[in-house]
Design a protein around this ligand. Sequence first.
Ligand code: AMP
Length: 288
Amino acid sequence: MQVIRSTRAIQRLALKWRRAGHKIGFVPTMGYLHGGHMSLIRRARRAVGPRGKVVVSIYVNPTQFGPNEDLSRYPRDLIGDLRCCRAEGVDAVFAPSDADMYPGAREGLFSTYVVEERLSARLEGASRPGHFRGVTTVVAKLFNLVQPDVAVFGAKDFQQAAVVRRMCADLNFPVRVIVAPTVREPDGLAMSSRNKYLSGRLRIQATVLWRAILKARAAVRRGRGALQAARLRAELKRFIESEPAARVDYIEFVDPLTLKRVLRVSRGTQLLLAVFIGRTRLIDNARL
Ligand code: AMP
């Protein structure tokens, strides 16, 4: 497995692989890898086949963090991550520095961004201004560097996957975007690097996101026709905030394709949740 730190070196390697006829499968991550990331790596391998090359990027992208967010304390473990990637048969890990990814940023020279203007506006975009501008910019840069045929994203970040798909369609990136299912802990909590922030008591309360999803699903099945979104939202908010450390940021019911809010909830509606458990902000989502 090659470990590559420089943007020039990864681009050179990717171009060499492409010229030699290898397909490239790409999994962008911020590291501190867990079972969710591993499932994306396996999906990428399956997509490109044994002759293909799988590239994982590990980069905590500063431009997608707001000024009051957890950039400086975001968990990192490059040695452990490299061990995981090696065990999965990854061909190359790309772990660049900020100075290489954003040349001239300190001097105020870096000044080109990619902005998706519709799907990014609400939900995570409303709660985290600038977040998706950072995501689309870094993903576009990574696609130019890694030159993937296929890129795998997790359904855990539902809106992110939709925004990246839109960006590829709108800007003609020749990349097939695959969205892989959310991997959960045995008690239902969606795996996330940020789960590291949760101590014993908070970790138990964090399962309330999954329990709320199950509750919403049960309501939809029981209700047969359509339910009023506002009523179900209020019920879920009460349920979630019955945990002492939980505070709802948003509970939204949307059309899974347009991400537009629906007033009536029925089978196939997408539920998206953002909940603070103490100081840790968790997101989850599911098709009802
Ligand atoms: P992150 O390192 O959190 O930026 O995530 C990198 C990629 O892994 C993104 O495409 C995420 O959606 C995906 N991912 C994160 N957690 C999970 C999970 N529990 N199951 C599946 N994919 C995930």
